[in-house]
Design a protein around this ligand. Structure first.
Ligand code: MG
Length: 396
């Protein structure tokens, strides 16, 4: 069997996605994949087109060998652009193998260790009462784990925004840490009082704090028994993890912007975290994410895979397949996809009672409608950024 073509499909059915179809010389047999990287979609698309020159004529059944070739071919390797591009190809090769075998991808990985993948969703409001109300609605829908925020990232530390400089660029948030650090413990005191001790609650810092601020917040939140504190620090603050870890018994989760096993390994080996937030999409696909989760297993680190809406539906189904089979599963982030995304991608994983279920059809059981994708062309979009009240970029 040979790869004959790699089609790269950049589309915006409500938000931008980078999809691929890896075509083979077997009539009707192709694999679907995804390499979405928010704010950098055209760059990943170009990286995939560049890599595709190495793939034409190769045997798509050789997944590990192809991964090693794509990872090592550049000499300057790794990083989010390349790892998202490799993931897109890797997903498509697993999809081809599943279609060839007539089995869903989770069966190729060893079969289910659990019936479904428990998810969390996002509760938010302008104050603690609104956030409580939002959390209650999610609990009624069956969610057993709920992320709780006041406002956007930075909560009441966000004191305004400045308009975009040019069309397609986001507004800039104006953020101050002190009101934020004061408000978050009050939010969780309120939620524990109103929602009781059983429901699993947690908070996402989104890496906006300095190490000593993060340590204080983890300590202040300790009485409220969080499921975990998400992204309390940027991964670059590696030397500060012992300080944060020693400050409290609040469980810690990071990793949504990590892209390799070498970044994850010190976090595991030093027992600095409890949950790892990678997902196959940004670490080079299923092949690599499986290895990272195996590295995490002896250190009791569980998965809490990143699943913001920019982790598109094909990447999500890879996350669901992997978390169906690994022993060290924790939780999966869930956000709703735009309606139009369901027109472009078929059989998006089903959510029932706060859990996702893998498709039972061969491969990922999904397809990309190229005609419909073309009706939603790419729209220029960047990630928002944050400034302090004095106008300087928020450096944390
Ligand atoms: Mg986060």
């Amino acid at each position: 069997m040979k790869i004959t073509e790699v089609k790269v499909i950049v589309t915006c059915p409500g938000r931008n996605y980078v999809f691929v179809k890896v075509m083979t010389d077997v009539p009707g047999l192709y694999g679907v994949g995804e390499g979405t990287l928010s704010g950098s979609e055209p760059i990943v698309a170009e990286a995939i087109r560049h890599m595709s020159h190495l793939l034409i004529g190769r045997d798509p059944q050789r997944i590990e060998d192809t991964w090693q070739l794509l990872y090592r071919q550049g000499y300057w390797r790794g990083g989010p652009i390349f790892m998202a591009a490799i993931a897109a190809i890797d997903f498509a090769l697993w999809d081809i193998k599943g279609k060839q075998a007539g089995l869903p991808v989770y069966q190729l990985l060893g079969g289910k260790a659990r019936d479904s993948v428990m998810c969390y969703s996002h509760a938010f409001g302008r104050d603690a009462l609104e956030t409580e109300d939002s959390a209650r609605k999610l609990i009624e829908k069956g969610f057993k784990v709920v992320r709780c925020q006041i406002g956007g990232y930075g909560g009441v530390g966000v004191i305004g925004e400045t308009p975009p400089l040019t069309p397609g660029t986001p507004p800039t948030s104006i953020y101050e840490p002190t009101p934020y650090l004061l408000s978050v413990p009050k939010l969780f005191a309120h939620l524990r009082d109103k929602l009781g001790p059983q429901i699993e609650l947690f908070h996402d810092v989104h890496e906006q704090l300095t190490p000593i601020e993060a340590a204080r917040l983890a300590k202040d939140l300790e009485p409220y028994r969080l499921f975990f504190l998400e992204d309390p620090l940027m991964p670059e603050h590696r030397e500060s993890w012992p300080l944060l870890r020693a400050a409290s018994t609040t469980p810690l989760a990071i990793g949504e912007i990590l892209t390799s096993r070498w970044e994850c390994l010190p976090l595991f080996m030093n027992h600095w975290i409890d949950f790892i937030r990678i997902k196959p999409l940004h670490v080079g696909g299923l092949t690599e994410a499986r290895k990272i989760m195996t590295l995490a297993e002896p250190f009791n680190v569980r998965s809490a895979f990143h699943g913001a809406s920019d982790v598109g539906p094909i990447a999500q189904s890879a996350s669901v397949a992997l978390q169906s089979v690994i022993p060290n599963f924790g939780v999966q982030e869930w956000t709703r996809y735009p309606e139009a995304a369901h027109e472009v991608v078929s059989n998006i994983c089903e959510l029932r009672e706060g859990s996702l279920y893998p498709n039972e059809a061969p491969g990922f059981g999904m397809d990309i409608d190229e005609e419909k994708a073309a009706r939603y062309p790419y729209k220029l979009a960047f990630m928002p950024h944050v400034r302090r009240a004095d106008g300087s970029i928020h450096v944390y």
